[in-house]
Design a protein around this ligand. Structure first.
Ligand SMILES: *Cc1c(COP(=O)(O)O)cnc(C)c1O
Length: 424
């Protein structure tokens, strides 16, 4: 079981709260998060740097619940954002603008203005057009925009193609040659200030080698810039360290940062990192109840009350997440495909799982804290699940379950279509 989860008397607990009782109290599907697991994962990152000047910028898109952002902000976390919406969230949660870096290949002018006005730490620039747009907007607002150039180091992160971002055929970042040109422009502009260099080569990395390969690329660029008289303040190696979903062997934060420092310490730059999944991924579980057990000709299906709209990773990139019985005391195991009620064959949460279950039983889908709720939708007019943060034996609702009426709040029926809709 991941940190924060345990089996006691044949039943699963999150910290000292019984998952059975949580499901009774808050209903299903239900996202639960162990506060302690998040605190431990963040601490593991900050301690990995030891005496090196550093900033951990949590990647907000992994799980953007305001309570979680506030928890991380209270521990001194910075934030990696990819939209103006995330900027607003972080500021609303009490995150500091001077600890925010703004990534993303398609920043809108309005988002850039918002970030300039807030006074963020740095724009992680991904193209020439973006740099010139930031320059124009900074000029108009009378600001100097701090920038970093996102290098695409063309290294294979050996992860799923949809979450690989550091190959030259990916849309992210620029090559070293373009980067040199962007730094030259920024250095010469009164409205731009080059402060850093960054990369992010993919997600769910299980090996240190691609990190080191990309770090070497960044270092080469830093040294060239130095000889051209351009001094940076920080080097940001992105996020991407994986978590254990099944039997992956994941390097520890300490091993990774120690290996990185061997290459970077002589530059005397502040080290930055943008972890998302590795902070919240294993802290969360999605709790779901078995609605129907369906015995087919070639397969058994456990149809549960969570679906691809609640947890998209299995449908989107065939991700494997462990699914365990909340009542671990049964012994009539059979093989099931665990599927949701949504009208898509891609709506599965796990295939060929050995489970001892009856209709009405609870299942816990582990490793659901990152890219779980954050990627959820209302497909099939399914209200999104509630989220609960567990602190020992206390359960705090950090997002209440949506009501169906919430889902059409922005929908309008034009009068020419006919009479009023029912007001219920
Ligand atoms: C998504 C993303 C991250 C976080 O990735 P994880 O795999 O969740 O650690 C970091 N930086 C950037 C630019 C990203 O897009």
């Amino acid at each position: 079981m991941p940190t924060g989860f345990s089996i006691r008397d044949h039943s699963i607990f999150c910290e000292s709260s019984s998952i059975d009782a949580l499901a009774d109290n808050f209903g299903t599907p239900l996202y639960i998060y162990s506060q302690n697991a998040i605190v431990e994962a963040f601490t593991a990152w900050s301690e990995a740097f030891q005496d090196a000047e550093h900033l951990v910028c949590y990647a907000v898109k992994a799980n953007s619940n305001i309570a979680i952002l506030k928890l991380l902000a209270s521990m001194g976390s910075g934030f990696d954002i990819v939209s103006g919406g995330e900027l607003q969230r972080v500021l609303h949660a009490g995150g500091l603008a001077e600890k925010i870096v703004f990534s993303g290949v398609g920043k809108a002018a309005s988002e850039i203005e918002q970030a300039l006005t807030a006074g963020i730490r740095c724009f992680n620039v991904e193209s020439t057009s973006e740099l010139l747009l930031i320059e124009r907007l900074a000029d108009r607002l009378g600001k100097v925009a701090p920038i970093s150039v996102r290098i695409n180091p063309d290294v294979d992160a050996k992860t799923h193609p949809y979450i690989s971002t550091g190959l030259k055929e990916n849309k992210f970042g620029v090559n070293a040659e373009t980067a040199r040109e962007l730094y030259r422009i920024a250095h010469a502009s009164p409205c731009l200030r080059p402060v850093g260099i960054d990369c992010h080569i993919g997600s769910q990395l299980t090996d240190i080698t691609p990190f080191i390969d990309s770090v070497k690329h960044l270092k080469d660029v830093v040294l060239e810039l130095q000889s051209a008289g351009i001094e940076l303040r920080h080097i940001d190696i992105g996020g991407g360290l994986g978590i254990r979903y099944s039997d992956e062997q994941i390097p520890s934060t300490g091993e990774l940062i120690t290996a990185v420092r061997e290459h970077l310490d002589d530059l005397s730059l502040e080290l930055m990192i943008e972890p998302g999944r590795s902070i919240v991924g294993n802290a969360g579980a999605l709790i779901t109840r078995v609605q129907v057990i369906k015995t087919g000709e070639t397969k058994n299906f456990a149809v549960v009350d969570a679906a691809m709209n609640d947890l998209l990773r299995p449908a989107l990139y065939s991700a494997w997440q462990d699914i365990v019985e909340v009542d671990a005391g049964k012994d009539d195991a059979a093989l099931y495909d665990v599927v949701g009620p949504v009208c898509e064959t891609g709506d599965f949460l796990g295939k060929d799982r050995e489970l001892s279950i009856d209709e009405g039983d609870l299942l816990a889908i582990l490793g659901a804290g990152a890219y779980g709720f954050a990627m959820s939708s209302n497909y099939n007019t399914r209200p999104r699940a509630a989220e609960v943060l567990i602190d020992k034996n206390e359960a705090h609702v950090i997002r209440s379950r949506e009501r169906v009426e919430d889902l059409w709040i922005n929908e309008v029926v034009p009068s020419h279509i006919g009479g009023p809709v029912n007001e219920d």
